[in-house]
Design a protein around this ligand. Sequence first.
Ligand code: SF4
Length: 408
Amino acid sequence: MENNNFLYIEPHVYVNVAKNGAILFNTINKKLIDCRKDDVNGYSFLTRVKENSSQGSIQLYKREVLDSSISKLLTKIRNTHMGDIMSSNTRLVSSRPRFRITDSVEALMKNEDLTVGFKAKTYLKEIILFSGSKFNCKQFQKAIYPKSIDQGNNSNFGSIQLTKLFSRLIDEINEYQQLKNINIIYTETLGKEHLLPLVNALKNKKSKITIHFSIVDSNRIKSLLIPDLNYSIYIPNNIPVSNTLIKTLDSEYTCLFNFIVMETQDLYSIHQLRKTTNVDIHPFPVYKENFQFFEENVFIDPEDIISQKIDLRHISMNRSINQNFFGKIYINEYGQLSSSLTMESRIILDETNRIIDFIIIELQENRSWRLLRSHVSPCKDCKFNELCPPISRLEFEMNRYNLCKVPI
Ligand code: SF4
């Protein structure tokens, strides 16, 4: 006869089973139990734990308790405060938290929610205005740090298109109460005449406008340096940069400095620049066939993954949305909308199409906003796929999803 022992798993413990093994992760004390797939008994036991994880407990069979690898796992589970063995005549139940964003996005997918239009509007968080007839990462790179990337065709916002686009946007943005950021990639035709009406339209809202530009363009954009705006400034790694200019920009305006990093030497340069300017300067890695640099400095291992801030809410979000892209739309000078730099535009902002139409399409189709590691190879077969940071622009630039040292 089987005994009545149950393994109770704490609600804050995350369980995942994939082709390359199984894990239990305590989201409170950050302890990880990692089980390889070749530990056949341990792996199949954790598969059963995963299948029952929504219930909070599983019955333990005698043969499992007597198995040495399962019993080692049970000891680890107890020692890491992830659960305990309890005797009971009925199954132990624990309630697991639910998160509204997941439910809400799922409801929108199925179009069950009658308020779909209103809810979808609350998802727009960020607009990126950008020059170029096609969306691709290289154009973005050329726009923000022109000297560090091979030169090529880099189309510019035409002034007429720009005026039309800004007035179209001003008409629309009042409907988007959660819109926090409007990012504008600097272009030569951008002028105060475009920005001031936008600044006025956002006066009573919490949205902020940030102009992104390369420090090599500082002289050209002087007329746009106005106190109401924020600036994100990119410093190419291959040009000498004036400390005085950095200090002046930093003291007079709200600036974020990004240093383009392509090789190890660049990390040293950031350190020097921080020391000599006393300004916080962030590394901004760019891929340009510098694979070894990325492998050594950007690729993550399990330690990096679990050392991030991960709670159940974060994991739940990773199951339904890509937190790097969700809520962001890219708009070029022709009013074409895209959800990322690599996606073709599906809608042109005009008298018939509005931003909301684009949001609904984006939510219904599995594109950037919902581009999950669990959907793409090789991450879909990895036990860390819901703990790992979401897919980012770097993956697109490198054309591979697993920027990590974890074997599949
Ligand atoms: S990047 Fe992909 S393969 Fe690498 S650890 Fe994360 S989920 Fe796994």
